[in-house]
Ligand binder design. Structure first.
Ligand code: TYD
Length: 208
């Protein structure tokens, strides 16, 4: 992998998209070639899969189907968008990736890690992120910031207890993958969080 692969993780409303925008601007000012992308989505086919996954009408979707669709969106997104950018030496800023599946489908839905690891090993091959930034804000606070859940979004409708498990899952994953997942305390202002992120990426030699 020639470019750096930076992923953003966390609960709904943690401020991932704002921080990705800030970081993209920071890289832009320094002429560091990069792309911004997201999961599920980030390529034509994966955006189409995203619509199916999140469609509020599909309440009968099984947890396994959901996990496989995320993995399917991931493999296509890697092939179409992420791998070519990394090969070209670009930094990739990705809103969610592998650890979202472990947190949501694993801790949230209760699917086994073994199953998730197996299907995702087909999806990601050797493409592990250089760093996964876990934007840490407890889900109750995050929902307040977001002014509640989106009624048309199947995952956001999953309930407070589900989102609490996802949050706790992220906390455990941070301990399980200390080399890759870094917790960023987001209790301050968005500008304080922005500075924290820039500092820790610089310290790790991931941005100029
Ligand atoms: P999105 O609207 O992008 O949410 P957010 O702005 O919080 O990132 O929708 C993505 C949803 O998909 C979000 O609820 C998290 C969920 N998700 C999973 O459950 N598993 C996954 O592997 C990924 C990538 C996302």
């Amino acid at each position: 992998m020639k470019g750096k692969f930076i992923t953003f993780e966390g609960c709904e409303g943690a401020g991932k998209s704002t921080q990705i925008r800030f970081l993209s601007a920071y890289l832009g000012e320094r002429n560091i070639p990069h792309i911004v992308t997201r999961e599920p989505g980030g390529s034509d086919i994966s955006e189409a899969i995203r619509k199916v996954i999140l469609d509020g009408r599909f309440t009968a979707m099984t947890d396994e189907c959901e996990a496989l669709l995320y993995a399917a969106a991931r493999v296509q997104h890697l092939a179409d968008t992420v791998a070519p950018a990394l090969e070209a030496g670009k930094t990739v800023l990705c809103d969610r990736y592998l650890f979202s599946s472990f947190a949501y489908q694993g801790y949230g839905r209760g699917l086994s890690r073994k199953f998730l690891q197996e299907i995702n090993s087909y999806a990601i091959g050797h493409f592990m992120p250089d760093i996964a930034l876990f934007l840490d804000i407890p889900p109750a606070r995050a929902f307040e910031r977001k002014h509640g859940a989106d009624r048309d979004d199947r995952i956001e409708q999953a309930g407070a207890e589900f989102h609490r498990r996802v949050y706790e899952g992220y906390c455990r994953l941070t301990e399980e993958y200390p080399e890759t997942i870094v917790r960023v305390d987001c209790s301050g202002t968005k500008f304080e969080t922005k500075d924290k992120i820039a500092r820790l990426l610089r310290e790790r030699g991931l941005i100029g």
